[in-house]
Design a protein around this ligand. Structure first.
Ligand SMILES: Nc1ncnc2c1ncn2[C@@H]1O[C@H](COP(=O)(O)OP(=O)(O)OP(=O)(O)O)[C@@H](O)[C@H]1O
Length: 595
């Protein structure tokens, strides 16, 4: 049973849970799940080396909030004094009380301003710490790549890091501080209401009932009833808002795909199907929004009515003592204010309903992200990596995630070889073999010897060009060096990229501007800058013609005579530039021959 409930919890989304009637146990598991998730997420910062800074700022924010509640109590007292003075026409006290109010208001405003300012300061410090930690986690052990292999990439790490962390921090602070403030305010104003109530005697038949603090009971019953009914009317709205976010995101994502694949779509003249796709997604946005409008209308009718009733109820409560001439106007004003404050505090949870739901979903996403990263990093290959001068494979098996073999018992020693060409049919496993050598493919076993990691460079078929200046794109993954431009220009000319020599400082999306052939030549420029001991080329000249390919290989051999080359390619002409050929066949077979 326990297992079944757990299963339900992890497979249901929050809206299912909120809809699921009569499953308190599921709900309590769900609450525990969120609290546990919250604890894991919050623990990092609040136990880190920065915790004292955070605790310091948080303490000041809490003290400021307590002070601010104290001032609202003073203002409540002021109401009584002020209205009593007005009722008894004591003009001499009028300006004194106006001055008193102005002073309290001034302090109240200053406290409010600094409380928000410090809360935001804590928010940015906490967010900074968490973002830093998540970025490290995402990049460390190549988790960003392994997430794809583990099939867990649906978690949009970019959104987790940029949006969810921010929301988690800001919602945690605003909800917890708000809750604390409202709780204290509730206690303070319940005490005030109790004192204002006095004792009410209700004669029923020949009996007389004495009710102590009757206004407190009325106000609590009214607030609890209001909270319950608002929850009843409004809970559907939360789910609808969730759905709205999802539909909006889908609509946005469909447009983003067009932006990213603009050229292919333009070649296919795919405007019509794209427009239809946008239309379908936008229809869902509109349909859901109409449901939100209807629900909001009902909710507003209820809350506005409830708000109006809240004006009249305390007046009814006050009526018996007023008509018995026991109290003055000041007392009524104080009562109205106190009643409003109790109301405000009691309805805090309902007012924050949407935020609490949002906070829960953020916790769920961040906790999921943490878990997926953990799973991805745990994907360890059984390859025994050894560091030495030359590449050597001993009895290496490479397979697919489903266990199908790509390469079986491959052994190879590059010590006495300068270059190796890996060939084979498309899909046979050539690129995966290189991934295994690079240590990024976990589904492999055997022993692989490699030089130190800064002594080799991998060139994929489509080079990655980071955002920023052209110089930065060429130097990647090295840090750009502005003092070596003469050498860099010489290298660009050597790679037949002379037209770029005057654009080194230009910032643009270079992967969009340069043709694939140009990008591949730019990758050769990287090799000349990096001067590795080994270079691995995965169809890195596929977009050049044969003559240019010959030229690029001879240039590498001439400029870096000690460089050892391991290439993957389909063209027979590549054999001229290599000393050995490793051919991969289906079912894991392979052969090595001298060319
Ligand atoms: N992440 C993955 N999950 C499952 N299968 C994968 C994954 N990556 C690659 N494969 C499969 O592994 C096989 C080998 O792929 P690989 O890219 O190594 O082939 P290749 O020989 O380099 O092909 P080509 O010459 O077309 O580039 C293919 O069938 C491919 O579908």
């Amino acid at each position: 049973m326990r297992y079944t409930i757990r299963y339900i919890i992890f497979t249901m989304n929050i809206s299912d849970v909120l809809h699921y009637k009569g499953v308190e146990r599921v709900l309590s598991y769900r609450i525990m799940y969120y609290l546990r998730g919250f604890k894991i997420l919050a623990k990092g910062y609040w136990t880190s080396e920065k915790k004292w800074q955070g605790i310091g700022i948080l303490s000041v924010v809490i003290v400021l909030n307590l002070l601010s509640v104290f001032l609202t109590v003073l203002i409540n007292d002021w109401y009584k004094e002020f209205w009593d003075v007005l009722q008894s026409y004591q003009f001499d006290q009028f300006w004194y009380l106006v001055g008193k109010f102005s002073l309290i208001a001034l302090i109240y405003i200053s406290i409010g301003v600094y409380s928000v300012y410090l809360q935001q300061m804590l928010q940015i410090k906490w967010r900074e710490w968490m973002t830093d930690r998540y970025l490290v986690q995402w990049l460390k052990n190549r988790a960003y790549y392994r997430l794809k292999l583990a099939g867990n990439d649906m978690d949009n790490p970019d959104q987790r890091i940029s949006e969810d962390i921010n929301q988690f921090v800001s919602l945690t602070l605003s909800l917890s501080i708000g809750m604390l403030r409202q709780l204290i305010s509730l206690v303070a104003f319940v005490v005030i209401l109790w004192n204002l109530s006095g004792i009410l005697t209700v004669p029923i038949g020949s009996y007389e009932f004495t009710i102590y603090g009757y206004m407190v009971w009325v106000s609590l019953i009214y607030s609890i009833a209001g909270t319950y009914l608002t929850h009843k009317v409004g809970k559907l709205l939360i789910n609808l808002n969730f759905e709205q976010q999802k539909y909006e995101a889908d609509f946005r994502f469909s447009m983003m795909r067009v932006r990213e694949n603009a050229e292919s779509i333009a070649f296919y003249r795919g405007e019509k199907p794209e427009f239809m796709g946008f239309g379908q997604r936008f229809k869902s946005v509109i349909k859901n929004f109409r449901d939100i409008m209807t629900r909001t209308k009902i909710l507003n009718a209820f809350t506005v009515g409830y708000g109006q009733l809240a004006i009249i109820i305390p007046i009814f409560m006050a009526a018996p003592r007023w008509f018995a001439m026991e109290v003055q106007v000041g007392w009524i004003m104080q009562l109205l204010n106190a009643f409003g404050k109790v109301q405000e505090a009691m309805s805090y949870l309902v007012d924050s309903y949407a935020n609490i739901a949002q906070w829960c979903s953020v916790i769920r996403r961040l906790e999921g992200f943490d878990r997926h990263i953990g799973e991805a990093v745990a994907l360890k290959s059984e390859v025994d990596f050894i560091c030495a001068d030359d590449v050597k494979l001993d009895d290496v098996d490479v397979y697919l995630p489903n266990g199908d073999t790509l390469v079986k018992s491959c052994s190879l020693d590059m010590q006495d070889k300068h270059s190796l060409l890996i060939m084979g049919q498309s899909g046979v496993g050539k690129s995966t073999m290189l991934r295994t050598l690079a240590g990024i493919w976990p589904y492999a076993k055997g022993k692989i010897t490699l030089p130190n990691e800064n002594k080799f460079l991998f060139l994929p078929q489509k080079p990655y060009l980071p955002l920023g200046s052209l110089r930065r794109a060429i130097y990647y993954p090295l840090v750009e060096d502005k003092t070596q431009d003469d050498k860099l220009k010489e290298i660009l000319i050597m790679c037949q990229l002379g037209k770029l020599v005057n654009k080194l400082d230009e910032v643009d999306d270079w992967s969009r501007i340069l043709s694939l052939g140009e990008q591949q030549r730019l990758a050769f420029a990287r090799v000349l800058l990096y001067k590795p001991q080994y270079v691995f080329l995965d169809e890195a000249t596929s977009a050049t013609d044969e003559a240019l390919e010959q030229y690029l290989y001879s240039m590498l051999i001439k400029e870096l005579p000690k460089l050892k080359i391991i290439s993957i390619g389909h063209r027979a002409s590549l054999m001229e530039n290599h000393e050995y050929k490793l051919t991969l066949y289906n079912e894991g077979k392979w052969s090595l021959e001298k060319l």
